[in-house]
Design a protein around this ligand. Structure first.
Ligand SMILES: Nc1nc2c(ncn2[C@@H]2O[C@H](COP(=O)(O)OP(=O)(O)OP(=O)(O)O)[C@@H](O)[C@H]2O)c(=O)[nH]1
Ligand SMILES: [Mg+2]
Length: 300
């Protein structure tokens, strides 16, 4: 509920790939706004999740995992992540309890330190690690001098998440809410639909394939009978990859499409006719057109 003194602000969630940033944001928002998978580099661009806590509107910025970039797309993703941190009022860094402060995490902490601003930390996936190890990790983080707060959470199970929310809500500066009170994300429906298909691709395909693929919504038609017709293209880099995405007799792409359609029907609340086309586009990662929908910087 809004009050006489509304407050609103931005919190960026940053960290290494796969630490659970998107899982945490979905939980704080209370609904899925950002796709999640067991594979690294699932989130490719900045995604806003909007949560309410009393008189505060907390706008969470989900960011791609930060790692040493190799490809052009990696560079754009990492730049988007640091850009998200720069734009936010406050930064929350997530650390995976099962991995601790590995080289990549240490590099991120180093860069945050150079930035000179106080950052909150949350050790995530505490459901997978024994207490003494957690305390050691918390001490190690404390000794860096970068963190104003160290939370212990399980984004998946929900432990400790309310404390994080209460704390960040308290940090929000006074000011009018920036989004209507029923809005949970700023992602256009066409991109959301493409992201959901990409998530199913990550979940159903193995090894390098998800990283070699990208999904775009090319057609969106609201039909008179209340259903929607969605046409999407799955771009891959090689003909062999196309064969894997299609599967024997088209079975694989059918399974991906069925999973995506079921979730889209849930979200949109109507019948969905989803058509997936698989196209080979060698080096799509060096094609500026593939960056536009994500609002990523091609020249990062
Ligand atoms: N056991 C456990 N698993 C978790 C927890 N939080 C996230 N996960 C899992 O960790 C994996 C990665 O989660 P994501 O939310 O996609 O991680 P991310 O940091 O957004 O990853 P990128 O977008 O690739 O940078 C998924 O399989 C999640 O289900 C947790 O608290 N406990
Ligand atoms: Mg993510």
């Amino acid at each position: 509920m809004n009050t006489d003194t509304p407050r609103a602000g931005f919190i960026a969630v940053v960290g290494a790939p796969n630490v659970g940033k998107s899982t945490l944001i979905n939980r704080l928002v209370g609904t899925k706004v950002s796709i999640v998978s067991p594979k690294v580099q699932t989130t490719r661009t900045r995604v806003l999740g909007i949560a309410l806590a009393g008189d505060a509107q907390v706008i969470l910025i989900d960011t791609p995992g930060i790692f040493k970039p190799r490809r052009r797309l990696d560079r754009a993703m990492v730049a988007a992540a640091w850009g998200g941190a720069a734009d936010a009022d406050h930064v929350l860094m997530l650390i995976d309890a099962t991995r601790g402060v590995d080289a990549n995490t240490a590099a991120i902490i180093g860069k945050l330190k150079d930035g000179g601003r106080g950052v909150m930390a949350a050790i995530n996936k505490i459901d997978l690690v024994k207490k003494p190890a957690l305390l050691g990790l918390a001490q190690e983080l404390q000794s860096t001098g970068v963190f104003t707060e160290i939370f212990m959470i399980s984004a998946e199970k929900g432990d400790g998440v309310d404390e994080v929310m209460a704390h960040v809500a308290g940090l929000m500066p006074e000011g009018p809410w920036l989004f209507p009170d029923d809005q949970v994300s700023d992602m256009p429906e066409r991109l959301l639909a493409a992201e959901i298909t990409r998530e199913k691709l990550y979940l159903q395909l193995h090894q390098e394939l998800p990283y070699a693929a990208t999904v775009e919504t090319e057609e969106w038609e609201d039909k008179d009978d209340g259903s929607v017709r969605i046409g999407q293209v799955v771009y891959v880099e090689r003909a062999t990859q196309k064969a894997i995405v299609l599967g024997k007799g088209g079975r694989q792409v059918k399974a991906i499409g069925a999973a995506a359609r079921a979730e889209l029907e849930d979200i949109l609340g109507c019948r969905v006719h989803l058509f997936l086309f698989v196209k080979v586009r060698e080096k799509w990662g060096d094609d500026p057109d593939r960056y536009r929908d994500w609002d990523l910087d091609f020249n990062a």
